[in-house]
Design a protein around this ligand. Structure first.
Ligand SMILES: Cc1cc2nc3c(=O)[nH]c(=O)nc-3n(C[C@H](O)[C@H](O)[C@H](O)COP(=O)(O)OP(=O)(O)OC[C@H]3O[C@@H](n4cnc5c(N)ncnc54)[C@H](O)[C@@H]3O)c2cc1C
Length: 509
């Protein structure tokens, strides 16, 4: 079957876009942690019609395909499919910015459009708008990140909340548009999310029910009076008070959603340098508690004010609320150098990617590529109630497991609403050290299961964890299986990706 499918794909895409050579396939099978899935080939359509043809061929020869946009899903599986023997459908050649409107503040993009490309484009247009960027690679995809329900910096950081008009190729090859996009002359297609009738954008995110070939993303005005603020808290056992103070500020809107983050000292150290092998005489893990008596946390946020007066009033509210809860609080305004590289106002940066090299002893090569360079990274993303006491409880569980597996707890928090905390847990290690792949995954599994036991379920999953969630208390599995069977009768689209097959009442599919 696969031989016939490859021939058929070569007919429509030409040989150069159907890749089966060992180097390509083995790179596509490599993530930032150990995986066993084999990839059969990588196919690269160049437009929507070719995507549809690729899907029809996959159905004809019953060959599963696994769509990726830019494939930078580092720490969560990279380009590796959830199941064995898939062909990767690489959409990075579809890389056009197809629409942009300064007044109504939106941009419409294809899957191959990267954060860097969108940023450069907006600067070329001399736009007064910015797109929320991520801490991940500037060469990651706007669409791929949205479909994973990723997090960005700034008030549009909850990406799915700020997109509309998805163009989707269904697993049968048909094409649909969400919202008003199905009407050729709809004037509100790019500015109204709900359209008329059932709203279904959500079912194409964290799912395997469609291939998104176009999406409109909303942009934010660059604030007239931006201010950065940073804070430090040295005694981590008091962080619950800071969390509760920030919760009030986010709930009332003084600090905007996703506009403040808290990083622990190990996350800062990894972003700014490498493991101190010499100082530690080759031993791991690094414990600042043992060495310096404290494991401080650092806050970093931005105020998006429309005037100086507004900005200074907001600043005062923050100073009052955080008084006595932090050891240091510093504000800097638009003239500060810090603004030139500020991810909070849409400047993409790969600074953070260097943290994946934390425990590597070899020099960082350019461009950075953690898959290629044997950087071990496993993300774990639980969501917690925005409550200091619960946070302390969860953090205690997380840190004690890190300690027992001898990795540094690399932890970050963002605040997507006044009600919840997104926790970014990274296990960072060197894949070239024997046994580390296994130890790191055991550490991940232990944290995952311990948090789930306490009711802290992750909001995003790595490819290794698709069947790690607890049983549901309702008919969720039946609904997912009905949707999947109905939309994808031949089971050709990304089998296993967020479809929770272990929950299905009947697995004969
Ligand atoms: C140091 C570091 C920092 C990071 N910081 C962040 C961060 O701040 N926020 C964040 O969200 N993530 C972060 N990440 C994780 C990751 O790098 C990003 O989420 C990145 O955007 C994912 O890569 P991509 O956009 O190229 O998506 P892809 O890898 O292309 O896509 C991700 C998945 O979505 C599905 N998919 C992709 N495109 C399509 C499509 N067109 N149709 C259907 N399904 C599709 C596929 O299953 C694919 O595997 C970070 C990673 C690292 C290593």
């Amino acid at each position: 079957m696969i031989v016939k499918a490859l021939d058929a794909w070569r007919n429509i895409l030409s040989t150069e876009n159907v890749l089966t050579d060992t180097a390509t396939v083995s790179a596509a099978q490599t993530a930032t942690f150990a995986t066993k899935q084999r990839v059969l080939a990588l196919i690269r359509p160049g437009n929507r019609a070719e995507v549809q043809e690729c899907v029809r061929i996959a159905n004809e020869y019953q060959t599963p395909i696994y769509p990726i946009s830019c494939g930078k899903n580092w720490g969560l599986g990279s380009r590796v499919p959830v199941q064995d023997n898939c062909v990767i459908l690489d959409l990075s050649r579809l890389n056009q910015i197809v629409d942009y409107n300064e007044k109504l503040a939106y941009i419409t993009v294809e899957p191959g459009v990267t954060f860097r490309q969108a940023y450069d484009y907006l600067r070329e247009q001399k736009s007064n708008l910015f797109l929320s960027v991520i801490g991940g690679s500037p060469d990651a995809s706007l669409i791929g990140n949205t479909l994973e329900r990723g997090d960005g910096f700034g008030p549009h950081g909850d990406r799915l909340d700020h997109v509309c008009e998805l163009e989707v190729i269904l697993p049968t090859g048909e094409c649909v548009h969400s919202g008003f996009g199905r009407f050729a002359n709809a004037k509100a297609a790019k500015i109204s999310r709900w359209g008329v009738g059932p709203y279904f954008d959500g079912i194409f995110t964290q799912s395997n029910l469609g291939i998104v070939t176009r999406m409109t993303m909303w942009l934010m005005p660059i604030p007239k009076y931006p201010q950065l603020f940073t804070c430090t808290i040295i005694d981590a056992s008091r962080i619950d008070q800071l969390i509760d103070a920030v919760q009030s500020l986010v709930l009332q809107g003084t600090i905007k959603t996703n506009s403040f983050s808290l990083w622990n000292c190990y996350k800062i150290l990894a972003a700014e340098g490498r493991y101190p092998w010499k100082k530690m005489l080759g031993q791991t893990p690094l414990s600042l508690k043992q060495l310096k008596g404290a494991e401080p946390w650092f806050g970093n946020g931005t105020l998006y004010s429309a005037s100086r007066e507004q900005g200074l009033a907001e600043r005062k509210l923050i100073e009052q609320a955080l008084e006595g809860k932090v050891d240091q609080l510093i504000f800097s305004d638009e003239d500060s150098d810090a603004f030139k590289e500020n991810t909070f106002i849409g400047v993409p940066s790969d600074e953070n990617i260097s943290s994946t090299y934390w425990r590597k002893k070899t020099p960082i090569s350019s461009p950075m590529n953690p898959d290629r360079d044997g950087c071990g990274v496993i993300w774990l993303c639980p969501v917690l109630p925005f409550d200091g006491e619960q946070f302390l409880l969860a953090i205690k569980i997380i840190e004690s497991i890190f300690d027992s597996y001898r990795f540094e707890p690399n932890l970050g928090l963002s605040f997507p609403s006044g009600r919840s905390i997104h926790v970014f847990i990274a296990i960072i290690y060197d894949r070239d050290v024997a046994g580390e792949d296994q130890r790191a995954m055991e550490c991940h599994d232990k944290i995952l299961h311990s948090l789930i036991q306490e009711g802290y379920i992750p909001y995003r999953l790595g490819i290794q964890s698709m069947n790690s969630l607890p049983p549901t208390q309702d008919d969720y599995g039946k609904l997912i299986s009905t949707l999947k069977r109905g939309l994808d009768p031949n089971n050709i689209l990304a089998p296993g990706r967020y479809d929770f097959r272990s929950e299905w009442f009947d697995t004969n599919y």
